[in-house]
Design a binder for this molecule. Structure first.
Ligand code: RP5
Length: 164
C-alpha cells in the first residue's frame, strides 16, 4: 500500500494533527510524520516533496496555521494529491489559514478540509488510496457504519430523556 505523509508547519500544530495520525493508524495505513515549514525550512519541504512519489507516498497531508502556505508549497512540487488542514493557531481563529490554504491558483490543486479538520483529512487520504484497494474500502465502510451507530445511540439517549 502507498504511504501517507502527514506534514505540519510547526510542532505547535501537533495537537490538531494527532487526530489525522491516529485515524490513519486505525485504518492501518503506513504513515510518516514530519515537520517542514514553507517559510522556515523551504529547502527540506521541497526535497521531501520532489522525492515523495519515488519514496512510496500516495497522498500528502499538510497542516499549517497563520499564513498557511505549506500545502500549496508542497503541491507546487508534486502531482501527488495534497490535502491541506488549516490550523486555528492565530488571533484570527484560523480564517487566515483557511483562506491561505484553499485559495490556490488554477493548475495547482489543494484539497482543503475544515479548520482543524484533521480527521477528515485522514479519511479523504484513505478514500483516495481506497480507489485501488478494496480491503481499505471495506475498512472505510466499517468505520462509517461505526459512526452511524454512535449517532443512532446518541439519538436514542436524547429521545428517551426528552420524549419519555
Ligand atoms: C505556521 O505558523 C505553523 O504551521 C504554525 O501553525 C504557526 C505558528 O508556528 P509556531 O510559531 O508555533 O512555530 O507556520
Amino acid at each position: 500500500m502507498k504511504k501517507v505523509a502527514v506534514i505540519m508547519g510547526s510542532d505547535s500544530d501537533l495537537p490538531v494533527v494527532e487526530k489525522a495520525i491516529t485515524t490513519l493508524k486505525e485504518l492501518e495505513i503506513p504513515t510518516e510524520v514530519h515537520v517542514f515549514s514553507a517559510h522556515r525550512t523551504p529547502a527540506e519541504a521541497k526535497a521531501f516533496t520532489e522525492n515523495a512519489a519515488d519514496n512510496g507516498f500516495g497522498v500528502l497531508i499538510a497542516a499549517a496555521g497563520k499564513a498557511a502556505h505549506l500545502a500549496g508549497a508542497l503541491a507546487a512540487n508534486t502531482v501527488l494529491p495534497v490535502i491541506g488542514i488549516p490550523v486555528k493557531s492565530s488571533t484570527l481563529d484560523g480564517l487566515d489559514a483557511l483562506l491561505s490554504t484553499v485559495q490556490m491558483p488554477s493548475g495547482i490543486p489543494v484539497a482543503t478540509v475544515a479548520i482543524d479538520g484533521s480527521a477528515n483529512a485522514a479519511l479523504l487520504a484513505a478514500e483516495i488510496l481506497a480507489v485501488s484497494d478494496d480491503a481499505l474500502r471495506d475498512k472505510l465502510r466499517a468505520l462509517r457504519q461505526k459512526g452511524t451507530e454512535t449517532v443512532l445511540a446518541k439519538n436514542r439517549a436524547i429521545e428517551e430523556k426528552y420524549n419519555g
